[in-house]
Ligand binder design. Structure first.
Ligand code: BGC
Length: 739
């Protein structure tokens, strides 16, 4: 997508000539009702009033709006975050357009991460579908609903690579792999933005958080990141590059520092990589308060210096804290910043407003439109389908699943079995738990009249004093036990790092007690990150990874449990045996002493180096055989391509879908290379007994890496190709890349 139109540039130039300094700086401001302290109340007072019920969210938002109305009238606000609802947005927009001097429309933004009112599975879950097209569709519907509710801009997709499940924000992205992550990033950008941003149901997207935010040391959110530039370009940057290539209109700079320079003041990242190398033409917004935090990092003496460094590095808009508003006038007066720098940032913001068509059509929706579109039946149909496709079957012994409809009594146990709120996952601010189909409701609807579903909570998600009596009674009197355990929504997402990756509280004890009841035990996991669940992996009869599936959680899960949908999801992030192993990810480099029997090899004294469930792993109710892998050539040049073909046979007795994965390893290179890297995949649907020859194309140019001089090179030599059902298993072949 190209944003530079000559007539638009002329209009922007004309506007810039008329704008005062304050009006220009105003365009670089994003304010939100979550601007604690800005309403004459402290953050603690606001929270206390909200907790006491003295201040509702609506009132809270109203305070924010009142506070800002005068500023809008004065033309001093470029963007608002967190204001929603067609009527409210249109009213504020009316003030901007009709009552401000130049009538420049406001850009309204929100975190629309996995749905607006119809909530889709968390992005980590949805990526387990390995269907970028699905991600594109859900983003499109999210955009449609959000745009109907008055929004123009979403702070999504989050495209951060996450290799450390302690980091709670792993839930917001597409997992650990740069290839799959790039496809998902591009798909989500295209879904949100559509073909043409001026279409009133499109949202401007924001690829975040630039960059390596997921590489936080120790998995602690906001923590420092120190990594080679080669690693940065080979692993962490590709999804951002893919987003830029897909035409994303904005990027968000990350909270963390990268190799000692805060990302929000990082000229190399924001100017050199983003603008020069990727040719990005949109604008960059800071993360919430991250401009001011450049000072807290110790990279600027004062807030003013932080503002200068951020703007000079390439952060065009300041999210939430008024730092630019306060500091830029002085910086300009002291000639520490030039008017040309200021104009450039304003120009970039205005370009996006033109691209969205806001100057011609500042009111893109109506309350009626909003009413009509939120939770539209076709959105809910897609939510159910996306949720089915996100589920990963981790274990299924003795065909414990699917459940027979002949069961007389199902014991449904667990703190997440009858819970609406926790199905939505982190960052579902505009979702409404009242619209959620809980797991209990979904199972009851699917089980049929002859089956009795006996529910007992068993324990809380995180407490130490639960009484299991009722749950055990239910288990003993049942034919099968379904235990729904995991994490609450606020245990993942922002500021939600965990030290331990097991089930919180007494949930594992509950599972052990249920197991002792002697009935088949089906464990359903509801969570926002890979968990370490070695006990369940050994003892449960079946394990279903259900993540946080959104509005239609209960129906989608029941579809899988009863076999009305045969699960086809595959993990996009490695499950460790224990937190002590992390980060553990499949595409690690080889060592001089790979894990082996001998003592002096890479290993732990007290546990495995192998994952509990590897990247790419996931079972089906049927089985698939992989045979006859062939490559179209045994020799190829760097500008060529290879077609890998393989026979996939459905060897079971149900229809099923399989994600056929192709990994490559560069055997010898000028830098140590990962033992395997995903380079292609295909999802194939097969009837029982059916065999299809599946072709996966490999662009040889994609096999390169950044060498010691930071040049992207594709080096000649031998390459191994592995095709299989996950990153561990499969059949292999090889080819030689010739110069
Ligand atoms: C998060 C961003 C988010 C922003 C606005 C920040 O705390 O890091 O991902 O977009 O808040 O809500």
């Amino acid at each position: 997508m190209k944003f530079m139109y000559d007539d638009v540039e002329v209009s922007i130039a004309r506007l810039l000539e008329q704008m005062t300094l304050e009006e220009k700086i105003g365009q670089l401001m994003q304010l939100s009702p979550s601007l604690f302290g800005a309403f004459g109340l402290t953050k603690d007072e606001i929270i206390a009033q909200m907790v006491n019920g003295e201040l509702s969210y609506e009132e809270f938002s109203q305070i924010g709006r009142d506070y800002h109305e005068d500023k809008i009238r004065a033309g001093l606000i470029g963007s608002m975050g967190g204001v929603t609802g067609a009527a409210k947005v249109n009213e504020l927009q009316r003030i901007a357009v009709e009552e401000s001097r130049l009538g420049i429309p406001i850009l309204f933004g929100l975190d629309v991460i996995h749905g607006y009112r119809t909530i889709f599975p968390i992005p980590l879950a949805e990526a387990c579908s390995w269907e970028p097209e699905l991600a594109r569709e859900t983003a499109k519907i999210a955009a449609k609903e959000a745009a109907a509710a008055g929004l123009h801009w979403t702070f999504a997709p989050m495209v951060d690579i996450a290799r450390d499940p302690r980091w709670g924000r792993i839930s917001e992205g597409a997992g650990e792999d740069p290839y799959l992550g790039s496809l998902m990033a591009a798909a989500r950008v295209k879904g949100f933005q559509g073909e043409d941003l001026s279409n009133p149901s499109a949202l401007l997207a924001c690829a975040k958080h630039l960059v390596a935010y997921g590489g936080a040391v120790g998995g602690r959110d906001y923590n420092t990141v120190d990594m080679s530039l080669q690693m940065l370009h080979d692993v962490y940057l590709p999804p951002f590059k893919a987003a830029a290539e897909a035409g994303v209109g904005t990027f968000m700079s990350a909270f963390n520092d990268l190799n000692g320079i805060p990302c929000t003041a990082n000229r190399y990242l924001l100017s050199e990589v983003l603008r020069k190398q990727y040719g990005f033409q949109g604008f960059v917004v800071s993360d919430a308060n991250s401009v001011a935090e450049v000072m807290v990092h110790g990279y600027a003496e004062t807030r003013k210096e932080a503002s200068k460094k951020a703007l000079m590095a390439g952060v065009d808009m300041d999210m939430s804290h008024g730092t630019y508003e306060e500091d830029l006038p002085q910086l300009l007066a002291e000639e520490q910043l030039s008017h040309a720098d200021l104009n450039e940032a304003v120009r970039r913001v205005l370009r996006m407003k033109f691209a969205l068509g806001l100057f011609e059509n500042p009111y893109r929706t109506t309350p009626e439109q909003e009413q009509r579109l939120l939770l539209a039946p076709e959105h809910l149909t897609l939510a159910r389908e996306a949720a089915q496709r996100s589920i990963v079957l981790l274990k299924n012994e003795n065909e414990a699943l699917p459940l027979s409809r002949g069961n007389k009594k199902i014991a449904l146990i667990g703190p997440l079995a009858d819970n609406a709120d926790e199905m939505l996952g982190a960052w579902a601010i505009s979702g409404n738990p009242n619209n959620v189909v809980t797991i209990r409701e979904g199972i009851a609807a699917a089980a049929g009249g002859d089956t009795q579903v006996v529910y007992a909570k068993g324990c809380e998600i995180d407490d130490n004093k639960s009484d299991f009596t009722e749950a055990l009674e239910a288990a003993r009197g049942s034919d099968v036990v379904i235990a729904v355990v995991g994490e609450s929504s606020n245990m993942s997402g922002e500021a939600a790092s965990r030290l331990n990756l097991g089930l919180p509280g007494r949930q594992e004890e509950l599972l052990k007690a249920l197991h002792a009841a002697g009935k088949p035990l089906i464990v359903v996991l509801v969570n926002g990150r890979p968990l370490s669940i070695p006990w369940a992996a050994e003892h449960a009869d079946a394990i279903v990874e259900a993540w946080q599936l959104g509005t239609l959680s209960g129906h989608a899960l029941a579809d899988v449990l009863f076999g009305d949908y045969n699960p086809s999801g595959k993990l996009v992030a490695t499950f460790p045996h224990s937190a002590g192993q992390v980060p553990v990810y499949y595409n690690h480099p080889n060592t001089g002493r790979p894990t082996g029997e001998f003592k002096f090899t890479m290993k732990y004294l007290d546990g495995s180096t192998e994952p509990l469930y590897p990247f790419g792993y996931g079972l089906s109710y049927t089985t698939f055989a992989y045979e006859r892998l062939t490559l179209s050539q045994s020799e190829v040049t760097a500008d060529g391509r290879i077609i890998a073909e393989v026979d996939i046979t459905n060897t079971g007795n149900r229809f099923g879908e399989e994600v056929v994965q192709l990994y490559v390893s560069d055997v010898v290179a000028s830098r140590v290379r990962p033992i395997k890297e995903l380079k292609g995949f295909a999802k194939v649907a097969l009837q029982p007994g059916e065999c299809k020859r599946v072709a996966i194309e490999l662009e040889v140019a994609s096999l390169g890496f950044h060498n010691e001089f930071l040049e992207y090179v594709v080096e000649p030599g031998r390459f191994m190709v592995y095709v299989g059902p996950n990153s561990k298993d499969g059949i292999e072949s090889e080819f030689v890349l010739i110069s």
